[in-house]
Design a protein around this ligand. Structure first.
Ligand code: SAH
Length: 386
């Protein structure tokens, strides 16, 4: 196995529990092939672990293990099996969930989502790309696989010098998978849907939100009707808004499949919709806000907070007394404290008294590593509005 020499700052990264070592902390990688599993040593040749080497990315090394035992196919299979075993408990009964969540499952840059017996794989580094054939085999050993597809059509791959790809890796191409979540059927388009087909990180929050659903519900950024359909049976009427026609087509399909009749869908920009609805004096008893990440980098935190403030202000103004607001942020760069601050400021402007009923995060199949802050990105607050 090739050795890569890292600086003392690189060693410090490992000791701090973070799996990424930046290119500036690589002293010598001359013997390493792009995407190889390499041994990490310091200048005094002391062994520090094994990592995936990238010849392109600023994240030059992604730590796999601190053990000396070679990170081979058996080791990889063990990691995937450990991830699967953990889900047996925390995603019990779920048919669609994240089976492998990259760093969160000690398999940096690998994502595997499970939809019934169909699997969606993302290999987001040169190293994981190389391991892809082994990953496909291992999944077929563990499950009676109907289909494995790759959704490597993501721009981050370019940082690794990898092309964007999507398609079937094993078994059949499945146009649509139908799975149940919280007793509601959802159809997923694994090859063409957003992300890997759906927003699995909100699974537990959709379930939690249902407990507060009542009266007239507004679900902003509904995509395929995730929150709207989960909460519909507890509501008198539901309006789902999204700017994506494809998302809403799926939402209608999901509504029909479940025989629900109290929902309507509107294709609109949620900012515009909320402004107009507020002006028109519309009122709701429950509102869900689940926008896309507003801050993809640190420099856009301020504008992201303005966006959250505006959305939440409108929602708060339109809620009837004793209403509930379920409000989310999936921007890693926006901390929970900042997010709470933006909503507090909106509450003051809206002259509403707001109680934090639940402070939630991403579903447990998207594990948060204590020493890897990047793994904690989703905030979901359930608020009582008086
Ligand atoms: N709530 C969904 C996931 C929402 S993801 C679920 O539980 O599955 C964010 C959604 O916001 C996407 O569907 C995207 O199409 C939509 N979107 C992004 N910007 C928007 C905007 N300005 N107005 C309306 N929808 C928007």
């Amino acid at each position: 196995m090739a050795k890569v020499v890292i600086s003392s700052r690189g060693v410090e990264r490992i000791l701090s529990g973070h799996p990424w070592i930046y290119r500036s902390d690589v002293v010598d990688a001359s013997g390493a092939e792009p995407g190889a599993v390499v041994e990490l040593v310091d200048r005094r040749k002391r062994f520090w672990g094994q990592a995936l080497y990238s010849s392109k990315s600023q994240i030059a090394l992604r730590l796999l293990t601190r053990e000396p035992r070679p990170f081979d196919r058996a080791f990889l299979a063990e990691r995937i099996r450990a991830a699967a075993d953990y889900r047996k408990n925390i995603a019990k009964g779920a048919q669609a969930y994240r089976l492998v969540a990259a760093e969160g499952d000690l398999l940096p840059s690998l994502v595997i989502d499970r939809y019934g017996e169909c699997f969606v794989v993302q290999t987001l580094s040169q190293g994981m790309e190389k391991l892809k054939p082994a990953i496909v085999e291992i999944l077929q050993e563990l499950y009676s696989v109907e289909s494995i597809v790759e959704r490597n059509d993501v721009p981050v791959r370019s940082l690794e010098g990898l092309s964007e790809q999507k398609g079937t890796l094993a078994r059949e191409t499945v146009a649509e998978v139908v799975v149940e979540e919280h007793g509601v059927k959802f159809a997923f388009d694994l090859l063409n849907g957003q992300k890997t087909g759906g927003f699995l990180d909100q699974r537990e929050n959709r379930g939690a939100a249902r407990a507060y659903a009542r009266g007239r519900l507004l679900d902003c950024f509904t995509y395929a009707g995730g929150f709207a359909l989960t909460m519909a049976s507890a509501c008198k009427s539901v309006v789902g808004i999204d700017s994506s026609a494809e998302g809403l087509a799926l939402a209608r399909r999901n509504q029909e499949m479940n025989g629900l009749t109290n929902l309507e869908w509107k294709e609109a920009n949620c900012f515009d919709f909320l402004k107009a609805a507020d002006r028109a004096g519309e009122r709701f008893d429950t509102v869900v806000l689940d926008p896309p990440p507003f801050a993809r980098q640190k420099s856009s935190v301020e504008s992201a907070l303005r966006g959250y403030r505006e959305l939440n202000l409108r929602a708060l103004k339109m809620l009837n007394p004793e209403g509930f607001l379920v409000t989310c942020s999936c921007s890693y760069h926006v901390s929970e404290a900042d997010f709470l601050g933006a909503i507090a400021s909106a509450a003051l402007d809206a002259h509403r008294t707001v109680t934090v009923v639940e402070r939630r995060t991403q579903s447990r199949d998207h594990p948060i590593l204590l020493t890897v802050p990047e793994t904690h990105y989703l905030k979901c607050l359930i608020l009582r509005v008086q």
